[in-house]
Design a protein around this ligand. Structure first.
Ligand SMILES: [Zn+2]
Length: 425
């Protein structure tokens, strides 16, 4: 049992680091500093050269082994915040040692049970014989992404105090605010100083993500004709609230909503609606792994708006689509070395690598777009963002072993790395 890794993980999950999408500060919540400061001091104690900058990024340096100074500099990232979707306050982690199958009942909430007989939670059976950590029923666990954080701190300890294979210069970066989509907003890539990076922020062991959604946002503004309702017929009221309802009814809900899609199918998803009879706005997100199909979703939305406007004289309907992020696969496909070495590292550690295109974005989507190719590696975490989250300690340890082998692969084959084009197709 990797005791130190477990102790770190338990220490980190008990620190509340919930991020806040409505905050205008950075990090979005001051409490994230509690963990960020602790990590900076723990990494320093281990012997790493650490900076904690004004934006909350903990950047730790592991120097290259002798003779490996020319190996491409690899950055490894994890995030310290937890999702605002569910409480992260007073997390009470429970270690279920040597799990033997069957349902795990969480003591603080009688209705919270992780039962592998329920097909949704069947993957708990992969943890038989391992030490499983859960929360107590009232909070999430925060393995997303404190598993990634504990894995990286343990990796640094291994690299600096050995035994570890030869490696190039490594840059470890712990970020705030990933869960509110702002994790790398202030990350200075020159300061990071890496040519390739990996986020350690995925799910089940073996799952590798080098593709994400491409994402656009849309705001549809519907202006009606406002009159006193008593005189509405005479003055030709056009009620923007009704038109917003019609717009929603015209969306391709059966074929392209989040509820009706999975795998590589994209969607149009209305997030929020507000307004009155005079004016309504509908905020939507558009998602697809394929940029052309994403553009098609934007065109379909515009066509719906155009048809609705034409059918309701007096109404004015504007549809503004803006780019959010792009599928990292458009860059990574051009040079798959970072992914290939990761797959080889998995095999070297006895883990079967499986491609897992993300139905969302990662910090790596934005970093890749900015010129730092950043696929995502599993942490061993399951059921993120809710009370049934769990992770097995031995699975986190497996990630440490995969990373050690991966760094060795960069020593062997890093010279094949030619960099990336700066633009996607
Ligand atoms: Zn995460």
């Amino acid at each position: 049992m990797p005791q130190k890794l477990l102790e770190r993980f338990l220490r980190y999950v008990q620190i509340d680091t919930t991020s806040d999408p409505d905050s205008t500060t950075y990090p979005s919540t001051a409490k994230q500093w509690d963990l960020l400061r602790l990590l900076a001091s723990e990494l320093r104690e281990i012997g790493a050269d650490v900076t904690l900058n004004a934006h909350g990024y903990v950047i730790a340096e592991v120097p290259a082994s002798v003779g490996c100074e020319d190996v491409p500099v690899v950055a490894l990232l994890a995030h310290a915040d937890t999702a605002p979707d569910f409480s992260g306050t007073d997390v009470k982690p429970i270690v279920h040692r040597n799990y033997q199958g069957g349902a795990l009942r969480l003591p603080d909430a009688t209705d919270q049970v992780i039962d592998p007989a329920d097909t949704r939670y069947a993957d708990l059976l992969t943890a038989v014989g391992k030490d499983v950590v859960t929360a107590s029923g009232k909070t999430l666990l925060g393995a997303d992404d404190k598993a990634g954080v504990a894995i990286l701190v343990t990796l640094v300890a291994r690299l600096l105090t050995g035994p570890a294979p030869a490696h190039g210069r490594i840059r470890i970066c712990i970020t705030p605010d990933e869960e509110v989509g702002r994790g790398v907003e202030h990350l200075d890539l020159d300061e990071l100083g890496a040519v390739v990076a990996y986020t350690i922020d995925g799910g089940a062991v073996g799952r590798i993500s080098w593709e994400t959604f491409s994402a656009d946002g849309a705001v549809v503004t519907i202006r009606g004709v406002a009159t006193h309702p008593g005189d509405a017929r005479r003055y030709g009221m056009v009620n923007a609230v009704h038109l917003a309802g019609k717009l929603l009814a015209l969306l391709p809900r059966e074929t392209a909503s989040p509820e009706a899609t999975d795998a590589r199918q994209g969607f149009i998803h209305p997030l929020r609606i507000s307004g009155n009879a005079a004016e309504c706005s509908v905020h939507l997100i558009l998602r697809d792994h394929d940029n052309a199909l994403l553009a098609g979703k934007g065109a379909a939305l515009r066509a719906i708006c155009g048809a609705l406007e034409a059918a309701h004289p007096g109404a004015r309907i504007e549809c503004a689509v803006t780019q959010q992020y792009r599928n990292m696969g458009y860059w990574l496909r051009d040079n798959m070395l970072a992914v290939e070495l990761l797959r080889e590292a998995c095999e070297g550690a006895g883990v079967v690598p499986v491609d897992d295109p993300v139905r969302g974005g990662t910090d790596g989507s934005r970093l890749t777009e900015r010129g730092l190719p950043t696929p995502n590696i599993f942490t061993g975490g399951h059921n993120a963002h809710g009370p049934l989250e769990w992770v097995a300690v031995q699975d986190m340890q497996a990630v440490v072993e995969v990373l050690l082998i991966l760094l060795g692969k960069w020593v062997e084959r890093g010279s094949e790395f030619g960099g990336y084009r700066s633009q996607a197709n």
